[in-house]
Design a protein around this ligand. Sequence first.
Ligand code: OGA
Ligand code: NI
Length: 362
Amino acid sequence: MVVPSNEHYGWAKEVKEFDDTKAGVKGLVDAGVARIPKFFVHPPESLPAPSKTTLELPTIDFEGVESGGARRKEVVEEIRTAAGKWGFFRIVNHGVPLHIMDAMLEAIKRFHEQPVEDKMHLYSADSRQRVRFNSNVPQREYDSACWRDILTCVFHDDQLDPDAIPLACRKEVQEYVKCMIKLREIMAELLSEALGLSSDHLSRIECMKSEALACLYYPICPEPDKTLGTPKHSDTTFLTLLMQDNIGGLQILHDNQWVDVPPVHGALIANIGDLMQVISNDKFISVEHRVLAQPVGPRISVASFFTPSLRASAKPFEPIKEILSDENPAIYREFLFKEYYEYYKTKGQDVTSALPHFRINE
Ligand code: OGA
Ligand code: NI
């Protein structure tokens, strides 16, 4: 952990004052701050050096994938390569209607841009609350905050009481999540096939049967060189499906270089999570990514995080037996999803992945 040199500058007081506004980072921008509060400042080594590479993330075209046949085989092959080498890929012709995607982005903007009085009742740091609005107040002294606000909607076993969803985006969230669930089903089949398993394997083990929608709002930042929109991390999910608007700023770490993931209207991004890396015994990789703070915005993105059903959460996960052999023995021990997630949270910002902790012979 990096401790700022002038200790005790009133970190806790500053954080509390910000938290008490319940207005998030957007509230600071609306108040016209020209300098970001100190607890948003990240240590120089975690700040972005300009990306030099022109590498392009793979794009996979899902056209014709459901009819089976030759095209499906090709797609499965492309997924196997992309999930194994990049952990991230863009999907086009995924079947989610463009108007539903655009309406969702608009609705999330509308939620965050409504008067503070209308959203502050949802402001909460309690992760058990299924629908909540918050910013990202650091829990541990000297962890840095980042320049974004979030509306989270958690669907356990694909379910959430519609009345719990804020009116500003209720209809759109319901429509969008339906599409995400449909695409999750397709992804589960394709990923199963890419692992050499029967098509229904991942669906049967219910490892992606719940989803949390993180509806993110990244306001314009007055000092973008000092902070981040989202710090470097890998996702503690099985799979993440990400939609971003046209602003950009997402980067992924590939072969030790930060690669820009520029927006493509209508495309979605699939991202292998830590737990999928575990059950695939490293056949698929979960890679680190981040979002820059920018002098332009606001940027809107929606991450759909897929995690196990309630029933599957009660049982441990481990590398899938069918893909193991004498030459490919299990690299990870079995553990509960909750155990993984709790361990990850204790790591704070100094370690970004919890995977090594669950490796055999660490
Ligand atoms: C995340 C994430 C990326 C984005 O929320 O885990 O990586 O573009 N978001 O907002
Ligand atoms: Ni992420």
